[in-house]
Design a protein around this ligand. Structure first.
Ligand SMILES: NC(=O)c1ccc[n+]([C@@H]2O[C@H](COP(=O)([O-])OP(=O)(O)OC[C@H]3O[C@@H](n4cnc5c(N)ncnc54)[C@H](OP(=O)(O)O)[C@@H]3O)[C@@H](O)[C@H]2O)c1
Length: 263
């Protein structure tokens, strides 16, 4: 029940019709007895800076959750960034302090890794092929390094972006073998689709699975469709699959805790 004491969080995105987070977030607030609600706001990129100035004035605003295409811009609009957001230059949640300042942090990667581990998959000492070098893939790359993978290969359509991401991860985790690679699944233990390829029915597979070994873990970031063509194809070829929805489920509590400064 929304009342005068309810804290508001807004989910900034453009467009907003595909969003899966609000019902999950709000259900979790009810389960935890937290008087807060998350509402989707569709804000076009050109209007984000103006909208942000308005958000600074809303006194019952706990903060914002951020998704495509605003993660990088919001990192620049925040007054301070916590560890992961500062290292990556993107954020997916920002707490509003009294007075209107914002503290941003990035939980996509931690959420993805937590979801994978919770489902019983292992990352330590594994060789991982990560497809993509955008916002989601960036968070995941740093979190995989933190989770102790032995080798990380990053393949992206725009190779220059993979090279930049590799350099950022290597600078932070010098002991890790991390390379900008071709999308080759041979010799890989875990394949992660961190691109948006697979959201639409007509999309091709984001990677050729012909050389994939049986028992490889194939994981998605895409939440809709629930089972992408990549996952169904990989499963038919003997892979263990992991859906994109686990990534959001595993980070709802992290987002709530950041907004309300619960440690
Ligand atoms: N499950 C979750 O909790 C969660 C959280 C965040 C995001 N996501 C999902 O993750 C996906 C990516 O989001 P994002 O924020 O990372 O977006 P983004 O920053 O725009 O990055 C998109 C990535 O996909 C690649 N890509 C796009 N179209 C492509 C194509 N036709 N062929 C090959 N590569 C292509 C891009 O390559 P280029 O660099 O070459 O453009 C880039 O690596 C979305 O589907 C989003 O819904 C899920």
């Amino acid at each position: 029940m929304i009342s005068g004491t309810t804290k508001i969080a807004v989910l900034l995105s453009h467009p907003s019709t595909h969003l899966q987070t609000p019902p999950r977030f709000n259900e979790r607030c009810v389960e935890r007895g937290i008087d807060m609600v998350l509402v989707p706001w569709d804000v076009a990129p050109a209007d984000l800076t103006d909208a942000w100035q308005g958000l600074r004035q809303i006194q019952n605003l706990a903060g914002v959750v951020v998704t495509i295409p605003h993660k990088e811009t919001v990192a620049g609009l925040c007054d301070t960034l916590a560890t992961e957001a500062a290292a990556m230059g993107v954020c997916n949640v920002a707490r509003r302090f009294p007075g209107g300042k914002f503290l941003g942090e990035m939980y996509d990667g931690r959420g993805f890794v937590a979801g994978l581990l919770k489902s019983g998959h292992r990352l330590k000492d594994k060789t991982v092929l990560l497809l993509g070098a955008g916002g989601a893939a960036t968070g995941i790359a740093h979190a995989l390094a933190q989770a102790g993978v032995s080798e990380l290969r990053i393949a992206n359509r725009t190779r220059a972006k993979a090279v930049i991401l590799v350099a950022a991860v290597a600078a932070r985790f010098p002991a890790l073998t991390v390379t900008a690679s071709d999308p080759d699944v041979a010799g890989v233990d875990v394949i992660i689709n961190g691109t948006s390829v697979g959201m639409h029915a007509a999309d091709p597979l984001p990677v050729d699975l012909s050389n994939m070994a049986k028992g490889t873990v194939v994981a998605e970031v895409i939440m809709s469709p629930d089972v992408t063509t990549l996952l169904s194809t990989a499963q038919e070829r003997g892979a263990k699959i992991h859906k994109g929805v686990h990534m959001v489920d595993a980070q709802i509590d992290l987002l709530i805790n950041h907004l309300l400064e619960i440690s």
